[in-house]
Design a protein around this ligand. Structure first.
Ligand SMILES: NC(=O)c1ccc[n+]([C@@H]2O[C@H](COP(=O)([O-])OP(=O)(O)OC[C@H]3O[C@@H](n4cnc5c(N)ncnc54)[C@H](O)[C@@H]3O)[C@@H](O)[C@H]2O)c1
Ligand SMILES: N[C@H](CO)Cc1c[nH]c[nH+]1
Length: 842
């Protein structure tokens, strides 16, 4: 509650600024006036002034804090204006005629009365129990500080016309505004000073100081931070250091014995140690704003923020990207994470434009004052794109979305683009590996430290399944593997083909080479003893991945084969995966998914067996966890490869069937929203390319996972090339996980492929065959890693040991060479191990 409310008349403009530092001001409504109203205004509407409800609402929308109106007008407004924005103007004589409805719809009453009669005011205050009562007396002299104090004891304040206020000394006809403001202050200190909290515009505390009536008076009038030093008298902040302050507001606390100064701090900061705050570093948005401001002032070489300041296009894209990610985030942790990213980029834009966080807060406060509600619908371009990118990936049982927007890829012409743009096209949609690592680390740590208890809790949290135990061991019950005959036969056939191809890959023979007479070197393979196989199960259950990982493990002879896969909502594992586990001889199945499953396999828990090598694809959580644990030497675990979202690159020439091409592209686009598919169109006439695009749109819309496809196709590209060689060169640079050749004489082109996970040759080789049943493995390097990694194969489950045996004659021949090289490296013990034998033989 304000100590008093000033009623500002036209002639008193010089008082407005000091008055606004200590509270709102009452301004009489002037019809047709175009003068801007002060920022904190209570608009007093005389009952005789004509004004409509709509005009009042627009004044409130424009930022007026409260309107003070007659009971009649209040009745018209009460359904449109919140009570805290509405006050009544009443004659003392008729206050009790106010209806209950009106009384409950306001929070303030301005009581006009001849003189301030305290008993009468007390009964009015009781009648309007939930309102602040202000007294506008008809007296020609101002209230005294004593009467201001007295009125406060019954919870009321004076409205004082500005003609009775002054910034000069108080007199019989005028009261100094500081005297009026400080009238109710009491000090419980011996020195009579008032503890004063100083904070910045956003409310962060800068320090604690003391004020006196004199220092307050000077601050109110000058608008500068002035306090009372307990040793040195009046303390004009910054007078010597230059760290001055502009006062934004001064408030009394609830029991009028301390103050809050809100200031704009200049210079090195408030603290004498040249820090912003005496209480140490600030965090959060204020810290971010400070960092951004200092980057703007002097950008360190290579600073990402300065790159953003200098590249509005990049900043714009990042804001859009982060906004989209925030919309997609679902868990409270993800939402906080993505919102923080968005705030960072948004504040970067503001700081670059000279907009402070306090400006943003002012704008928020201003918007909060709007009383006329708008429908709040999104602009057409946004409502359309939001519909196109529904954040929830549908399960396969969900009906296709009814959205009619065309599902299309972006098209580029290799002949028309610069080298830099070609490089961009070779990149995958951005995967934020650093951010994922930060999110995954606590999950992995939790499982490492707390084992099964953490695993069960995380499964309940992320997979919404409460389990008693996580691991199941063979023999698996027949009921857990019950399948349709058709599915069983299909799995058996796929098992046969994959087994046949992977069996042929096994390295079973020993390589023996005599490098020098009497020096025989050999190499032989051994299985990795304990392997962990991750079978994804988030948006689709993938028994095919169980086959692709389980079969080579079985062929290689791994002793422990531990499956991990997310449980279904009822806590069980799909019968298809159970059946494959049985076929490949899995030794345990961990019912867990995501990063927590990877951590359990890497470190082991009370019930989950620890493994030596991890295999399998998965979403970002799985991939990040695999990367994390392989870098922890304590885990002593390796991984198959850095895997990522599925992808395909199709090279198509005039012989390609548009429907086949589209179907192949969509077969990978349906995997997940991060998947990317690429079409290289070799010298295709426009109508041929259009036919492919139409097929993509038509076939996509008929898919149950169309909402996923919309998002992955939006990240996908068509690149027009002139020749097949150009297309193959682009493909080798892109290094796709899957490469499909819809080309004339396709098999002749395979010799030119240098980088790809797996190649599918000719019109009748859909990639799906490799995914399920032809025999090749579908766990393949993505994200360009086909440049240096092979897909999973039998030898991924084997490691090689070398051995050698040297005869005495062989050592006589080789020994001097070894001793010379050891001497050369200064490793005498190495040389000695040879010479000691050579001497023995002499
Ligand atoms: N490259 C290949 O060989 C290949 C093969 C098959 C599948 N894939 C890819 O595997 C991926 C499968 O992903 P998926 O999501 O369907 O299944 P998934 O099993 O990989 O992930 C599901 C798990 O992720 C965890 N998770 C999900 N959201 C989380 C969150 N917000 N916080 C913490 N944990 C969370 C949950 O524990 C859940 O069990 C797809 O990207 C697909 O393209 C790749
Ligand atoms: N295409 C995926 C490999 O990127 C594997 C898969 C599983 N099921 C269907 N396809």
């Amino acid at each position: 509650m304000s100590t008093f409310l000033p009623l500002v008349e036209k002639s008193s403009e010089e008082l407005v600024e000091p008055l606004l530092r200590i509270g709102p001001v009452v301004v009489p409504y002037q019809p047709h006036s175009s003068d801007p109203l002060p920022s904190r205004t209570y608009l007093l509407i005389d009952p005789n002034t004509p004004i409509s409800s709509e005009e009042i609402l627009s004044e409130l929308d424009a930022g007026v804090e409260k309107v003070i109106v007659s009971p009649k007008l209040a009745k018209e407004l009460l359904n449109h204006v919140p009570a805290q924005r509405l006050a009544l103007l009443l004659d003392a004589s008729n206050f009790s005629a106010v209806s209950d409805t009106v009384r409950n719809a306001v929070t303030g009453v301005i009581l006009k009365m001849p003189t301030a009669d305290i008993d009468f005011i007390t009964s009015v205050a009781r009648f309007f129990a939930s309102c602040t009562v202000y007294v506008l007396s008809a007296a020609h002299t101002p209230p005294t500080t004593a009467s201001i104090r007295q009125l406060r004891t019954v919870g009321a304040s004076f409205v004082i016309p500005s003609s009775q206020l002054t910034i000069g000394p108080s007199s019989g006809s005028q009261i100094n505004i500081s005297d009026a403001f400080t009238a109710p202050i009491t000090s419980d200190r011996k020195d009579g000073l008032f503890p004063t909290v100083v904070c910045d515009e956003t409310g962060h505390s800068l320090g604690l100081v003391y004020s006196s009536v004199n220092s307050i008076k000077e601050s109110i009038v000058t608008g500068k931070g002035v306090y009372q030093s307990r040793k040195h008298g009046l303390w004009r902040k910054g007078e010597t250091s230059g760290a001055t302050q502009d006062v934004v507001s001064i408030r009394l606390d609830c029991d009028s014995d301390s103050l809050e100064f809100k200031v704009v701090q200049h210079g090195a900061g408030f603290c004498h140690l040249e820090r912003q705050s005496c209480f140490g570093a600030v965090g959060g948005i204020t810290a971010l704003e400070n960092t951004l401001l200092s980057r703007l002032e002097s950008s360190p070489e290579g600073s990402y923020t300065s790159r953003l300041f200098n590249d509005p296009g990049l900043l714009r894209s990042k804001i859009m990207e982060e906004a989209d990610e925030l919309c997609q985030a679902a868990s409270p942790e993800d939402i906080a994470f993505e919102a923080a990213d968005l705030f960072y980029f948004a504040l970067t834009k503001c700081v670059a434009a000279g907009v402070s966080f306090a400006d943003i807060e002012r704008s928020l406060d201003h918007k909060a004052k709007k009383v006329v509600r708008r429908p709040g619908n999104a602009k057409p371009q946004w409502s359309a794109s939001v519909a196109a990118s529904s954040s929830k990936p549908p399960l396969s049982s969900e009906p296709p979305s009814a959205n009619d927007e065309i599902i299309s890829m972006r098209t580029f012409d290799l002949a028309a683009i610069e080298a830099e743009e070609r490089l961009q096209l070779l990149r995958r949609p951005v995967l934020k590996s650093d951010e994922m690592m930060a999110k995954v680390r606590p999950i992995v740590e939790d499982v490492r430290i707390r084992g099964d208890a953490a695993l069960l809790e995380l499964t309940a949290k992320f997979d919404k399944v409460t389990l008693d135990a996580t691991v199941i061991f063979p023999p698996f019950s027949p009921s857990s593997m019950e399948l349709d005959d058709e599915v069983r036969v299909a799995i058996d056939k796929a098992y046969h083909n994959i087994h046949k191809f992977h069996n042929a890959q096994a390295d079973r023979s020993t390589l023996v080479v005599e490098t020098t007479p009497g020096v025989v070197c050999s190499r032989f393979a051994r299985p990795v003893a304990r392997v962990g196989l991750y079978i994804p199960g988030g948006t689709a259950i993938l028994p095919s991945t169980a086959l692709m990982l389980g079969i080579p493990a079985q062929v290689a002879g791994c002793k422990e084969v531990v499956f991990a896969t997310p449980p279904r909502p009822d806590g069980s594992i799909s019968p298809e995966v159970m059946y494959v586990a049985h076929l490949v001889g899995a030794t345990a199945i961990v019912k867990a998914g995501g990063a927590q499953a990877i951590a359990a396999l890497a470190y082991g828990t009370e019930t989950v067996p620890k493994v030596d090598k991890l295999f399998g694809p998965g979403n970002q959580w799985v991939t990040a966890a695999k990367m994390l644990v392989q870098n922890d030497t304590d885990a002593l675990v390796s991984i198959d490869m850095p895997a990522g979202p599925s992808e395909v690159l199709v090279i198509a020439d005039h012989t390609a069937n548009p429907a086949f091409v589209a179907a192949d592209l969509l077969s990978q686009a349906e995997h997940g929203v991060d998947s990317q598919v690429v079409l290289l169109a070799v010298d295709l006439p426009a109508e041929r390319l259009e036919a492919i695009e139409q097929e993509v749109d038509k076939q996509a819309k008929a898919l149950p996972r169309v909402d996923i496809v919309r998002q992955s196709i939006a990240k996908s590209i068509i690149v027009k090339t002139t020749t097949v060689d150009e297309a193959i060169e682009f493909s080798n640079d892109y290094a796709p996980e899957h490469l499909i050749l819809h080309l004339e004489n396709a098999s002749d082109r395979v010799a030119h492929i240098d980088n790809a996970g797996s190649v599918f040759v000719g019109p009748f080789t859909p990639e799906s065959c490799g995914d399920y049943a032809s025999g090749t493995n579908h766990t393949l390097p993505t994200n360009g890693y086909a440049r240096q990694f092979s897909g999973v194969n039998t030898q991924s489950f084997q490691k090689h040991i070398t051995s050698q045996e040297i005869t005495a004659a062989g050592l006589k021949e080789l020994g001097p060479v070894v001793a010379t090289l050891a001497d050369c490296e200064g490793l005498a013990a190495h040389a000695n191990a040879v010479r000691i034998r050579l001497r023995e033989m002499q």
